[in-house]
Design a protein around this ligand. Sequence first.
Ligand SMILES: O=C(O)[C@H](CS(=O)(=O)O)OP(=O)(O)O
Ligand SMILES: [Mg+2]
Length: 230
Amino acid sequence: MRIEIVQGSGPFAPDAGVHVVIDVIRAFTVAQVAFMGGASEIVLARDKEQAFALREVWTDSLLAGEIDGLAVPGFDLDNSPARMAKADVAGKSIIQMTTNGVKAAVQALFAEHVFVTGFSNARQTALFVQTIEKKLKRPLVRLIASHATSDDDLACAEYMESILTERQSFSAEAVAARIRASDVAQKFFDPARPEFDAEDIDWCAREISCSFVMRVTQRSEIPIVERVDV
Ligand SMILES: O=C(O)[C@H](CS(=O)(=O)O)OP(=O)(O)O
Ligand SMILES: [Mg+2]
C-alpha cells in the first residue's frame, strides 16, 4: 500500500483506491457527532443553492453548515459540534455544506472507497482502511487534509499515516496539541469573537469512541455519507 498526503480541496488525480477526506475543525467532527445522535445519513451539498434544492427532495432533513465559519440564514444548524451534540437529529437526514471539508469531499468521489473523518474518528477509520487495503484495485491511499494550509487536518493525516504504516510515531496527545495550535482554531479562543465557541475545539481535538466509520457513496450522483458499523 502506498500512502499519499495532500492538502486542499482538489482536483485529485484519478489513481487512488481510497480517499480519506479529513476535516477536523469542524465539518467531519460534526458529522460524527450527528451520527452519534442518531442521524440517518448526511447529504453533501456543494453550495447553498444546492443545499436548499436538496431539502425539497429530502423533506425530513436539517440543513447544517457554514459560510465564513458562521451560521447560514435559513439553515437549521451551523457547523458547531457542541451545538450538534445538543440538537435532536435522531432519524433525520442532514444536508451539510461547508467551506473546506464538504468541498473537498465532493471533489474526491471517484476513488474505489471514500471516507470522511475528523481526528475524533481518525484511528477507527485508519484501522478500517487497513482491513480493505489488500482488496484494492489501485493500491494508493490518499489522505486529503481538506484545509489548504492549516495544521489541524495535516496533523490528523500524519497521525492516520502513522497508524496505517504501523509506525505509531504520533501520540494522540501530540496531534491534539497541534489541532489546538492550528491557525483555524485561534478564533475559537478569541474573546472578541464570541460567535466561535471554544467548546467546539474540545470536541475536535479528542478521540471520541464509537463503533462506526463514515463512508461516502453516491445516489443519483448526490454524495451521501453513511454510517458503516465496524
Ligand atoms: O466552520 C468551519 O470550521 C470551517 C470554516 S473556518 O475554517 O472555521 O472558517 O469550515 P470546515 O469546512 O468545517 O473546515
Ligand atoms: Mg476545517
